[in-house]
Design a protein around this ligand. Structure first.
Ligand code: SF4
Ligand code: SF4
Length: 434
């Protein structure tokens, strides 16, 4: 008995992408507001995962950026342009702008049917630009919040400040955002963005891509409906080649073709496949480890470098000290005699409290008989996120130290928690008169 071929239901990538786009938008807004990722230029601080990093903690910032870059490279090698189609802000907002324009056009056509086509076009444009201006101002505000504290920025925005650097940057970014999402949109991806070209270097025979596979089965045949071309935001025809630099592997054409041919009880002709000739994503039977393809030298190298940066980041974060103390000898004058007749040497003290709680730092010494530390307060109280720079003296009765160089140790202790630190120092005393 003949049984009809089972046609799989049309695959749905559009709704999944839209949900991910919405999630990414919320993440994009939340990151600077909750200090998950924010580079505060006025304060010269880098906020990462709730930690306030100082600009001189370059190792952590470096490892974090490199890890992120290699993660994107590794994802591109395995899953093609998944970043472009699912996560890139330029793509998310370009598509949102296209949808907004389309909806406004349909709204005006429906509600203002009595107007002439020319007037409807004019009204649609005006409404679209007005809505886009509001959206661009909001996006520019969020973007600048990555570099300026959001509450401070809001205050500048509400007072129409375009004089200070933050306010001026916000105004310029608003204009760029408006022009970008009104006129440039996905053209940015094919002209300015280097990522598409980079993808060409990263992909290999196993990388996930979108391919047209007419003629693989007898009951498949393109009906030339052109839906796959019309739906493509990048303006290409996937049937020509799966390696077009414009293709961002979004899967919209896969879904469109499935939907068209399902009505004719035929399977779709466009698929996500592992390489041009590899198996289809929906039929993927390989385990994830095999799919990683680590026998390939390039894949292995990228993954290994990514893991090295992840390791470096973990080590750098675990070694991070909340309170950083530096002590150096001030040798502009070798020694002095104070009002009490003691011999003194001066030392420079720098304390950075990188934590979110106030801290106290006590300075003391050992190995120099009868010596004591002269500091305005000891322990010194340092507010959260602030820095102290100053000097203190080590004083010794005039007959106590040996003439010349005396070796001793200064010690710092951060309270309530913090490891004690020791600093090898020298105390210089005058030669005694015979
Ligand atoms: S060809 Fe298909 S997968 Fe590629 S960008 Fe266009 S719609 Fe997306
Ligand atoms: S949507 Fe499918 S059937 Fe229609 S033109 Fe594209 S490949 Fe051919």
């Amino acid at each position: 008995m003949h049984t009809a071929a089972v046609i799989p239901p049309p695959r749905t990538y559009h709704s999944k992408r839209m949900r991910i786009h919405l999630f990414c938008l919320l993440v994009f807004i939340a990151l600077p507001f909750f200090d998950i990722i924010r580079f505060d230029i006025p304060k010269q601080r880098f906020f990462f995962a709730g930690q306030e990093l100082w600009i001189n903690e370059f190792a952590i910032i470096f490892f974090a950026i490199m890890f992120l870059m290699f993660s994107i490279a590794a994802a591109s090698m395995l899953y093609g342009r998944v970043y472009c189609s699912y996560l890139c802000p330029q793509m998310i907002f370009s598509e949102a702008s296209l949808r907004l324009e389309d909806r406004i056009k349909r709204f005006v056509t429906k509600r203002f049917i009595q107007l002439s086509p020319g007037k409807r076009t004019w009204l649609s444009r005006a409404l679209f630009y007005a809505a886009l201006l509001v959206g661009s101002t909001f996006l520019a505000f969020v973007f600048i919040s990555y570099f300026v504290e959001p509450r401070d920025l809001l205050r500048r925005l509400l007072s129409f400040d375009i004089v200070t650097a933050g306010g001026f940057a916000g105004a310029v970014t608003t204009i760029f955002t408006f022009v970008d999402f009104a006129f440039v949109r996905t053209r940015f991806c094919t002209t300015v963005c280097p990522y598409g070209y980079l993808q060409g270097m990263l992909s290999d025979k196993q990388t996930l891509l979108v391919a047209y596979r007419d003629g693989v089965a007898k009951d498949k045949a393109c009906i030339e409906c052109g839906k796959c071309v019309r739906i493509c935001h990048m303006g290409i025809d996937i049937r020509k080649s799966p390696f077009q630099i414009e293709c961002i592997h979004c899967g919209e054409c896969v879904e469109a073709c499935d939907a068209v041919l399902a009505r004719l009880k035929k399977p779709g002709l466009i698929h996500y496949t592992w390489g041009e000739k590899g198996e289809e994503l929906s039929a993927s039977g390989q385990g994830w480890l095999k799919r990683l393809g680590l026998r390939d030298a390039k894949r292995f190298a990228v993954m290994a470098v990514m893991l090295c940066y992840a390791g470096g980041l973990t080590v750098a974060l675990s070694m991070r000290q909340q309170v950083q103390v530096r002590i150096n000898a001030d040798r502009t004058v070798l020694y002095r005699t104070n009002a009490a007749g003691e011999v003194t040497n001066t030392f420079r003290l720098q304390i950075e409290n990188r934590g979110s709680e106030p801290a106290e730092v006590r300075i003391d010494l050992e190995g120099l008989p009868q010596a004591h530390v002269i500091l305005s307060q000891n322990p010194l109280r340092i507010a959260a996120g602030s820095e102290y720079q100053g000097t203190f003296d080590v004083a010794v009765p005039p007959d106590a130290p040996a003439p010349g160089v005396n070796h001793f140790q200064l010690r710092s202790q951060a309270l309530p928690k913090g490891e004690p630190q020791a600093y090898k120092m020298t105390f210089i005393a005058p030669q005694r008169k015979p």
